[in-house]
Design a protein around this ligand. Structure first.
Ligand SMILES: Cc1cc2nc3c(=O)[nH]c(=O)nc-3n(C[C@H](O)[C@H](O)[C@H](O)COP(=O)(O)OP(=O)(O)OC[C@H]3O[C@@H](n4cnc5c(N)ncnc54)[C@H](O)[C@@H]3O)c2cc1C
Length: 525
């Protein structure tokens, strides 16, 4: 309850307090939004620094972004800062080409540009009438994106019923795309195997293969190829986390590291009174926001029956990352910011990697060289390589004793394909296998992007951003709505903040509108 009273000449207000569990991008963005609205925010983080998966590794003179290396829908960052009346501190850089794709046995990569003329030049020889076919394919994808953006993606749902009604407002003409796979949709438009494979890579961002992913997700091709392209941040992706952390600290938000929430504190009548951490310390607030995985936290910490281990195991999870951070002596040509290295057995590989207990013999992987755009990430005359190989999560492959062997296979293969002896020019080498990813950030069974996005795990069918039992507990991040990926997690922060402002309005904010923020602190308790 708010204590709001005049005493002599001063107005005393108790601000609503918000405790945010986890400082991934979802937690940071929610902290920014709530503190801009006058809530007194405190954050707890299990790791030793902010960012969650959007984190950084500094080693042997090299700096690596450990997870995300690019993003789409860059305007979501503009919107976050604009909503909080803060100048955007990030120097965003649009990628061109947006990525390159190397197929096994081919020396030169396909360069994927947003510019349609350049893209047509890339595929002119292998796909007749490419421009017309692409316009047709992306035309449909664009309609799906804009027909669902505000009706489904950027919306809170209070019930299944409300979600079902919202789905009915999406034009019926898109319904065949729910029942057809993305691969089938690509087959309807393109004949070249390379074009189909390249455009289907986005399905892996959702945690599935293009053979299982519904064709509606071709909207991701629209976001990458036409709408906003792909972006990175000058100075490295970790600038996102550090810039927001600095703003939060300046506005008085406390962040406690190495602090893991392990259990709720309930009152005798079943209300949430706080949370306890691994040392038994109790943390209380008016409102709680969980940025830890929304499904796993409900099972592990809240002990909900719907989220026991067998039930979590039955859900669809995205692939686990196997990541290698290499500091290399020498500069390597022909690399772009964002590069895929694929084999020639796409369908067989894609259908096997999700559920196998053996490491791939001929792995498909992704390489990012951020020293190309931010030279300070590597000592002079050196490059920093981030290699990401999607692998099965710990449900399917729990033993990673073969990690050095798998890393050597990948590094040797990459060296041969780019014509540079990486193994003998390695100065620094770090590997994170799915066990590391699980243990560092509480990612369920090491799944990299959280819950997958099949039609049974989206909208109101995804773990909600409000708690089923406690009315002062909310969720933000990749495994609640709308889903995973940096811009989508920013939308998640907006949706949860709207819920909190509605359920726990903060009168301080209406005063903030009338007075300058600098004149306010004196009036606070
Ligand atoms: C290898 C990799 C590459 C990726 N690449 C891209 C990319 O290029 N582009 C893109 O858009 N997305 C990418 N993603 C996805 C993106 O990183 C995530 O969708 C996004 O960062 C999720 O943010 P979040 O805030 O939901 O969760 P997280 O980043 O997981 O943050 C949750 C935080 O909560 C903390 N926590 C968990 N449990 C507790 C607890 N009990 N108590 C206290 N703290 C707790 C964790 O330590 C963590 O810091 C990638 C992910 C991975 C793993």
């Amino acid at each position: 309850m708010l204590n709001n009273y005049h005493s002599e000449q001063k107005l005393y207000i108790v601000r609503k307090t918000a405790l945010i569990i986890g400082s991934g991008l979802g937690g940071l963005a929610t902290a920014l939004r709530l503190s801009a609205k006058g809530y007194k925010v405190c954050m707890l983080e299990k790791y030793y620094q902010v960012g969650g998966r959007l984190n950084q590794l500094k080693k042997d003179g090299f700096t690596f972004d450990i997870g995300p290396s690019f993003f789409s829908m860059s305007y979501e960052f503009e919107e976050l800062f604009a909503d909080c009346a803060i100048d955007n501190p990030l120097d965003l850089h649009e990628l061109d080409p947006i990525y390159s794709v190397y197929f096994e046995g081919k020396k030169t990569p396909y360069l994927i540009h947003k510019d349609i003329e350049k893209l047509a030049a890339t595929f002119g020889d292998i796909e007749p009438n490419f421009k017309e076919k692409l316009a047709n394919y992306l035309g449909k994808a664009k309609e799906i994106f804009h027909d669902t953006e505000y009706r489904i993606i950027k919306r809170n749902f209070d019930s299944l019923w409300q979600y079902a009604l919202a789905m009915l407002t999406v034009p019926i003409k898109h319904s065949p795309m729910l029942f057809r796979s993305m691969w089938k949709e690509l087959q309807r438009h393109f004949s070249s195997q390379e074009v189909k494979v390249i455009f289907s890579l986005v399905a892996f961002f959702l945690g599935s293969t293009p053979f299982d992913t519904p064709a509606v997700y071709s909207l991701l091709n629209y976001t990458e190829l036409e709408h906003d392209g792909y972006w990175c941040v000058k100075g490295g992706m970790y600038q996102i986390a550090t810039s927001i952390r600095e703003i939060l600290e300046e506005s008085g938000v406390e962040i406690h590291y190495n602090t893991e929430i392990v259990a709720p504190i309930e009152t005798t009548d079943g209300r949430l009174a706080g949370f306890s951490d691994q040392n038994g310390k109790i943390w209380t607030a008016d409102v709680y926001v969980c940025n830890a995985d929304a499904a796993f936290f409900r099972g592990e910490v809240l002990k909900r029956k719907k989220y026991t281990e067998p039930k979590l195991d039955n859900m669809q999870w995205t692939l686990a990352p196997f990541t290698i951070y290499l500091g290399i002596k020498g500069t390597i040509d022909n690399f772009y910011h964002h590069n895929y290295f694929l084999g020639n057995n796409f369908e067989a590989y894609a259908n096997k990697i999700f559920k196998t207990a053996v490491s791939p013999q001929k792995p498909y992987y992704y390489v990012n060289v951020s020293s190309k755009t931010t030279p300070s990430c590597a000592p002079e005359g050196c490059e920093n390589l981030f290699i990401l190989c999607p692998v099965p999560d710990l449900r399917f492959k729990s033993n990673w004793d073969d990690r050095e062997e798998l890393a050597n296979t990948i590094i040797k293969d990459l060296g041969e394909r780019i014509g540079y002896d990486l193994l003998s020019n390695t100065i620094s080498r770090t590997i994170f296998d799915p066990i590391d990813w699980r243990d560092k950030f509480n990612l369920y069974k090491g799944s990299g992007l959280g819950l997958a996005h099949g039609l049974n795990q989206v909208g109101a069918l995804r773990p909600a951003n409000f708690d089923e039992k406690f009315d002062n507990l909310f969720y933000v991040g990749a495994s609640t709505i709308p889903g995973t990926g940096l811009p989508i997690v920013l939308i998640s922060s907006k949706l949860v903040s709207q819920r909190i402002e509605k359920a726990f309005p903060n009168p301080y904010h209406s005063l903030l509108k009338k007075h300058s923020p600098k004149s306010m602190p004196e009036a606070l308790v």
